[in-house]
Design a protein around this ligand. Structure first.
Ligand code: SF4
Ligand code: SF4
Length: 143
């Protein structure tokens, strides 16, 4: 593929189709302290109430509860109902840095997420991905 003649944007490598695949399953991502604070603030509820109603404690991890095989915050029509307060791991997905270190990770993640532009091919995808990280478009905590 030819190099882009303009500054790349996230949409060059990823556009969410809102398929909901990443919000399904019997496990959910863990929430660190910043995630918990952000989500409780977004919901305008005390942390303890959010914990009781929406999270679960799994060992030392705080995770979101699962309902009907998906994250409790996933709505089939609306998608993520806490989008602005979602955990950083949700923000990072699917542009995980591990893609850059191994093509096998690229293949695994593109197989799970139809929003990734796998048709670019691994090298072109990584070139744009690296540029987005280098120019600050993609932060370590997601976008
Ligand atoms: S799997 Fe990918 S395309 Fe589907 S909702 Fe998640 S991020 Fe969006
Ligand atoms: S918080 Fe939102 S983006 Fe993350 S798994 Fe739940 S519904 Fe999906």
């Amino acid at each position: 593929m030819e190099a882009l003649s303009r500054i790349p944007v996230v949409a060059d490598i990823f556009q969410c189709t809102c398929c909901g695949f990443c919000c399904h399953g019997e496990t959910t991502v863990s929430l660190n302290e910043a995630d918990q604070k952000r989500m409780a603030t977004l919901m305008a509820l005390p942390r303890e109430e959010v914990l009781h109603r929406f999270w679960r404690v799994n060992g030392r991890e705080v995770q979101m509860q699962v309902r009907d095989g998906h994250c409790i915050f996933y709505d089939g029509k609306k998608g993520c109902t806490v989008h602005a307060g979602r955990p950083w791991r949700c923000r990072q997905w699917p542009l995980h840095p591990s893609i850059l270190t191994d093509e096998a990770n690229f293949l695994t993640i593109t197989a799970s997420c139809p929003g990734l532009k796998k048709e670019l091919g691994y090298e072109s995808f990584c070139r744009i991905f690296k540029t987005l990280i280098a120019n600050g478009t993609l932060m370590a905590g997601g976008f």
